[in-house]
Design a protein around this ligand. Sequence first.
Ligand SMILES: Nc1ncnc2c1ncn2[C@@H]1O[C@H](COP(=O)(O)OP(=O)(O)O)[C@@H](O)[C@H]1O
Ligand SMILES: N[C@@H](CCC(=O)OP(=O)(O)O)C(=O)O
Length: 377
Amino acid sequence: MTAEATRADVARAARVVVKIGSSSLTGADGRLDLDALHALVKVVAERWAAGTQVVLVTSGAIAAAITPLGLSGRPTDVATAQAAASVGQGLLIARYTEAFGYHGLRVGQVLLTAEDTVRRGRYRNAQRALERLLELGVVPIINENDAVTTDEIRFGDNDRLAALVSHLGRADALVLLTDVDGLYDGPPSRPGARRIDEVRKADDLAGIEVTSRGSSVGTGGMVTKLESVRIATSSGIPVVLTNAAAAGAALTGERTGTFFAPYGRRRTARHLWLAHAADAQGRIVVDDGAAAALRGGRASLLAAGITGVEGDFSSGDVVDIVDHGGAVLARGLVAFDATELPSLLGRTTAELREAFGEGYDRMVVHRDDLVVVRSRA
Ligand SMILES: Nc1ncnc2c1ncn2[C@@H]1O[C@H](COP(=O)(O)OP(=O)(O)O)[C@@H](O)[C@H]1O
Ligand SMILES: N[C@@H](CCC(=O)OP(=O)(O)O)C(=O)O
């Protein structure tokens, strides 16, 4: 239990992920706000000088391209957003390279997709790259690889990406910087809305009104920030949410913004993504025996326990595993296409091997690729 965690834990952290949102890096006209970028870089460089490894998750690629591409605002169609991200990301990283260079620090760009946080091989690969960058004293600068993400599997916002990077990078704390100085009990523009100083348990969030409508350039608003907070705190990582101007104060443990205390034990980023964030491409219905085995924790899903298949998924997609009443028991990466499964249902692995040969006797969802969903009740 880490019930006594405080802001001082953020100040003591050996490794911190700092996420800055589009809303804090752009002016009202949608242009990249260089003063804001330089102010952030100064704070991050100071922490590096003090011995803390800081990983930066930064939005702003799409926003940075609005003016150069002559767009009227943030693009809404995927293709233009991809093109804008491609143009803006180069500009963004050039600015960071220059700004950190002024403080004697090198930067390394890492562009991730949601799949990099889910698929074991890619997850390990990203983890290794991050680890090596930090060993070399390089500031990793991370963003979603917007130019190649697909609509089906993407973060869209950088809040949840930052929480998963905290896990992937084994960070001790996460600082979310936005355009408001913390979580309010209702939309901050509402008269009388009050900032919440600390959140220690789920009950502290009862009655709080959050909206997914953020600033004109941001994505996800407070909803994705609270999802990010849940992903981080539910497995041991404390979070401070505040505005960019208070970044230094947050990193040195001062009483700023909203502090979210951690609870739960650490889990891998891929399990967290599966549990909290990924969109399922289909559903697999299981019988009572399989449901009990899955609830027990360490079981894989075998074809023998499946009674139904819904949706048009492919091998490697995320699926919900549901009981016959439709309640979601678990989520996982499925090892077969939806079209392959019906003929396999109800058969034991020995029968499958005999009927279809080697390869068809594999788990439908391997336990390493599966996370049991705890009931929200
Ligand atoms: N309860 C709340 N407390 C604080 N901010 C909120 C709340 N509900 C909605 N918001 C909005 O969330 C916005 C931040 O989200 P967003 O624009 O996506 O930022 P970013 O680009 O930094 O990720 C704020 O501008 C604020 O208006
Ligand atoms: N990856 C996108 C950022 C998406 C975004 O705006 O996220 P957020 O800053 O969390 O509102 C970009 O660089 O433009």
